[in-house]
Design a protein around this ligand. Structure first.
Ligand code: G16
Ligand code: MG
Length: 213
């Protein structure tokens, strides 16, 4: 029986995937690395350092640890500059309603975000109070597609993984949800999310009654 829903943040609840994308693209162009949509899709949902490693696959130059740290933090500065200006208007249409509907249906809600900026973003969006439990990259060691973050979210809700459903916009996230033993709802384009158990075009189209009826 379904008792909880675990939401991803970036690209599901708020339109930050494009902000991450733009920040990486800016960094890539500054260091002369090619950045196309296929790289963009691969880094989606992947943590900061993992994303940088994917970006640097295309360069012949060897970067030291210090240089990599500096590049990752430069990207984060670009990202945060944008996030600082965010407010509730940056929620995807229907995001608040969808999460509230899940709660009204008597289910618990958790947030599982690979972003260390998740607490700042939740506060800016004004939705911190909609989650019974929040796990972000500050609390976990292994990034998506590892199941750790989703298992931690289920544990935080006091539920078994099999009682939870995960909602994700990234292939790495869908893989992590499945590895955790949960059903996965994909939000977005079919191509990238072929593994999802159910696909919806956006968070507004996610209807909990499809799972509880
Ligand atoms: C998000 C984004 C990723 C980003 C990651 C780390 O994950 O989807 O693109 O690289 O967080 O973010 P930060 O650099 O802010 O720590 P999620 O899980 O919320 O989709
Ligand atoms: Mg995401």
């Amino acid at each position: 029986v379904l008792k909880g829903v675990i939401f991803d943040l970036d690209g599901v609840i708020a339109d930050t995937a494009v902000v991450h994308h733009a920040a990486w693209k800016r960094l890539a162009s500054e260091i002369g690395v090619a950045f196309d949509d296929s790289v963009g899709e691969r880094i989606k949902g992947v943590d900061r350092r993992g994303s940088l490693d994917i970006l640097l696959e295309r360069t012949a130059r060897a970067y030291s640890e210090e240089e990599k740290e500096a590049l990752a933090s430069r990207k984060n500065d670009y990202y945060r500059q944008q996030i600082e200006t965010f407010g509730p208007q940056h929620l995807f249409p229907g995001a608040r309603h969808t999460i509230e509907s899940v709660r009204r249906a008597g289910l618990k809600t958790a947030l599982a975000s690979a972003s260390r900026n998740a607490p700042l973003l939740l506060e800016r969006l004004g939705i911190a109070d909609l989650f019974d439990y929040v796990v972000d990259a500050n609390h976990i060691g292994r990034a998506k597609p590892d199941p750790e973050i989703f298992l931690a979210a289920a544990r935080g809700l006091g539920l078994e993984p099999s009682e939870c459903l995960g909602v994700e916009d990234a292939a790495a996230g869908i893989a992590g949800i499945h590895a955790a033993g949960m059903k996965a709802v994909g939000v977005g384009q079919a191509q990238a999310l072929a593994e999802a158990d159910l696909l919806v075009p956006n968070v507004a189209a996610f209807d909990i009654r499809l799972f509880t009826a």
